[in-house]
Unconditional design. Structure first.
Length: 380
């Protein structure tokens, strides 16, 4: 029994330390199915999302979901710490390390207490190991505790810096594409302002934004659960609006338009980067594409958008609807699956009567200007 306890303790320590290394230090995604952090989030999100779906009222549901990202990160760090503490306690208990200052026959609880004070370097000294093996393990545990705290201190700023970079791009899209952002509104606003020559530069910026999302969210998947601070905004809605616009722009514009060739080439590049981001994030979140998904662009909406674009000077090619449908099949199953998994609203393709942008409102005029709980973890 004692030998089995020590073996179990060593196995637990190895699993937790390797999982911590993969999550915090290793700068690449890990797709292995059986992984401690993966199981932790699978169970926790399944429970949390089930409760959220049962909550009545969109505002209350969003408030509950906005807490999950930051809270789950704190719970994960605490879960790792508890596992490390129990792992070292199992090893010491299995070895029956003689203790100074404890009862004659100390129980497992005493070893857990000693492990906790050692891991968190409290230094009480009321319970200590008496033999060389126990002391060596205590020194090792103290070193692991200091290293763990150092990694946590360095980990949190990286998470919030990546979150801030993401949100800056989303906020900049508000005045250009509406709230929520739509592909039709993005193109119409540029066309009506006579700024279609700037669309290529905008898509180039979003190509880089998509690449940044791919890199940061694959390395730190917890960011996918972090929700934006303002209503009608989310990283998935922004990415969907951009890939929608990139797909549409490839099949519209007059042949003699000076911006057409450059914009369509950049649209193709941005489309490829955005699709790459969606597919890899769906993979890392274990979210298969939905093959039987609802149509986001029905016939009536298509006609309204096509008429508005033509009137603004962006005519559509004769077979654009058919070609656009083929392009949409390359990414919409992933978009819809991610939206269902994360309980996020997807933007429409075109809104005939768009609501006021977020920049046109304020918290003084509208109590719902910010998402509920919009600290580092609010989102819409």
């Amino acid at each position: 029994m004692n030998i089995l306890s020590s073996i179990a303790g060593f196995v637990l320590l190895a699993v937790v330390l390797w999982d911590t290394f993969e999550t915090i230090v290793l700068p690449r995604s890990v797709t292995r199915k059986f992984r401690l952090t993966r199981m932790f989030y699978l169970v926790l999100w399944r429970v949390w999302s089930a409760v959220a779906r049962a909550v009545r009222g969109e505002r209350r549901r969003d408030a509950l979901l906005s807490v999950f990202g930051p809270l789950s990160l704190i719970l994960l760090l605490g879960f790792w710490a508890v596992c490390l503490m129990l792992g070292f306690a199992l090893v010491q208990w299995g070895l029956q390390t003689p203790l100074a200052g404890a009862d004659v026959h100390p129980g497992f609880g005493t070893y857990v207490y000693m492990s906790g004070t050692t891991l968190f370097t409290l230094g009480y000294g009321d319970v200590t190991a008496r033999d060389s093996t126990g002391r060596s393990l205590s020194v090792l545990e103290g070193g692991v505790g200091i290293g763990y705290l150092a990694m946590v201190i360095g980990y949190l700023p990286v998470i919030y810096q990546a979150f801030s970079r993401r949100e800056v791009g989303i906020s900049l899209l508000d005045a250009r594409a509406g709230s929520p952002p739509t592909a039709g509104e993005l193109l119409l606003r540029h066309a009506r302002a006579g700024r279609m020559e700037e669309i290529a530069d905008l898509l180039k910026e979003w190509e880089r934004w998509s690449a940044d999302i791919l890199e940061s969210h694959l390395s730190y998947p917890v960011l996918t659960y972090y929700r934006s601070q303002h209503d009608r905004e989310s990283w998935l809605a922004a990415l969907t609006a951009i890939i929608d616009a990139s797909a549409l722009l490839r099949f519209c514009g007059a042949d003699d338009a000076p911006w057409r060739q450059t914009a369509q080439w950049q649209a193709q590049l941005t489309f490829a980067m955005a699709r790459h981001t969606l597919i890899d994030l769906a993979l890392i979140l274990n979210t298969p594409p939905q093959t039987d998904c609802p149509d986001r662009l029905d016939e009536d909406t298509w006609k309204q958008m096509a008429d508005a674009l033509t009137a603004a000077g962006i005519p559509l090619e004769p077979d654009s609807r058919k070609r656009l449908a083929a392009a949409r099949r390359q990414y919409e199953p992933y978009v819809i699956a991610l939206a269902d998994r994360l309980i996020l609203a997807l933007p429409p393709w075109y809104a005939e009567q768009s609501a006021a942008d977020n920049w046109e409102t304020s918290a003084w005029e509208n109590e719902h200007h910010f998402s509920q709980g919009s600290g580092a973890g609010g989102q819409g």
